[in-house]
Design a binder for this molecule. Structure first.
Ligand code: CP3
Length: 371
């Protein structure tokens, strides 16, 4: 194996849980910690979703929130997707916005529109009123994780333990939904509060961090091996703004989750210019979107962090030879270095052919490291 990478042991940013990797030797967790593995682990963002007939069958009878809030169904959806695809990790079926409810922010998912927050948070007074003492109400997610962990407690046929991923949003991305009231193109209201209200913005960041740490703690206690922090819209920020308004709370979130004893994957989209600053959070793994060549991005990070990615999800619509070529290109760019987790650069979109996803899993499994 060719590697000039630092090992997990000699990087103080990640040495906290090297012992945990011994206890949980799954190739997914080992890769998060940049330890050597037999082959590249693979899973997919939004692997349980609307492209999958099994999910749509469940969705016919239940709303998205019902699925999230019913541990038996959330666990079943999570397990079905992971087993059908044969991936190395299962991400718990939940949604980024679930913590809004115990904070006192009402929202719903409107068909073809996405999330809608009924009274967007725009003032310091509204931020002060946000509750941080009811995180226990989210324990249905932990109950679902317990069921998934129990289901996958035995090693699989190849002897490897399936990794279980819990997740939460990052403060900026969650704040953007709270403040805009839904998805956004220009983040005008969010950035206005960020630039001009030095009471509301830091207080909102702090409240979100406190809630998210408690929520992540429930998930870890229930059996999550790794927590992924979704900062999906961080790419809307300049490096200066990210550094000034988001880096400190995000770093606090990452460090406090790591103190629970699990590695953290920190994911964003359109982040090529932000990656070195995102690395300062101390996250164990950075998600890469497809716009940046994996080898170039990893080199920029001096290989001192694991990377996850970074196939363009729309490549799954390409002819199978093109898809094969793109996957091979990513594996070549990773060059067998410890610390690469194969994934997409963003989530699987509705309409994606399941066979294409299965083809990628097959290809990764046939590509032994060093082989
Ligand atoms: O398999 C998995 O990846 C786990 C499930 C999962 C969902 N949401 C279920 C879901 C995950 C990881 C999320 C995270 C999430 N939720 C993010 C960050 C992920 C990313 O893509 O960057 C965001 C931004 C949200 C908020 C959210 N939830 C939006 C903007 C939407 C609408 C999107 C759309 O395409 O309509 C949702 C709805 C949602 N969450 C769906 C699923 C499967 C699709 C809607 C449905 O089933 O009715």
């Amino acid at each position: 194996m060719t590697t000039t990478a630092q090992t997990a042991e000699d990087d103080p940013a990640v040495n906290f849980s090297t012992a945990a990797a011994g206890a949980n030797g799954s190739r997914f967790v080992r890769s998060c910690l940049r330890l050597p593995v037999d082959r590249t682990p693979v899973w997919f963002l939004r692997q349980a979703g609307r492209y999958m007939p099994e999910y749509m069958a469940v969705r016919k009878h239940h709303s998205l929130l019902e699925i999230c809030r019913t541990p038996q169904i959330a666990a079943e959806v999570t397990i079905t997707a992971a087993e059908h695809l044969g991936v190395d990790a299962a991400i718990i079926f939940a949604d980024l916005l679930l913590p809004f409810t115990p904070m006192g922010v009402d929202f719903e998912f409107v068909a073809n529109e996405g999330p809608v927050v009924h009274s967007p948070i725009r003032t310091a007074e509204q931020v002060r009123a946000l509750r941080t003492d009811r995180v226990e109400e989210l324990s249905y997610v932990a109950r679902a994780i317990e069921k998934v962990a129990a289901h996958f407690s035995a090693p699989r046929a190849d002897g490897d333990q399936l990794g279980i991923i819990g997740f939460c949003g990052a403060p900026f991305t969650l704040a953007s939904y709270m403040i805009e009231g839904g998805s956004s193109r220009n983040y005008v209201e969010t950035k206005t509060m960020m630039y001009s209200d030095d009471v509301a913005w830091p207080l909102l960041m702090q409240k979100l961090v406190d809630v998210l740490v408690a929520y992540a703690a429930q998930q870890v206690e229930a059996g999550a091996d790794v927590i992924q922090v979704f900062d999906s819209w961080a790419g809307a920020l300049s490096v200066s703004d990210y550094r000034e308004y988001c880096l400190a709370p995000t770093t606090e979130l990452v460090r406090r989750i790591q103190a629970l004893g699990v590695p953290v994957i920190y994911f964003g989209v359109d982040t090529a210019s932000l990656l070195p600053t995102m690395r300062e959070t101390g996250a164990d793994v950075l998600g890469l979107d497809w716009r940046v060549p994996l080898d170039e991005a990893w080199r920029t990070l001096n290989y001192r962090v694991a990377v996850q990615g970074n196939l363009d999800p729309i490549t799954l619509f390409a002819p199978s030879e093109v898809l094969h070529g793109r996957v091979a290109e990513i594996l070549r760019a990773a060059a067998g270095r410890p610390g690469h987790i194969f994934n997409l650069g963003h989530g699987i979109v509705p309409g994606t052919p399941v066979e294409a996803v299965l083809q990628v899993v097959q290809q990764i499994k046939q590509s032994a490291i060093g082989g």
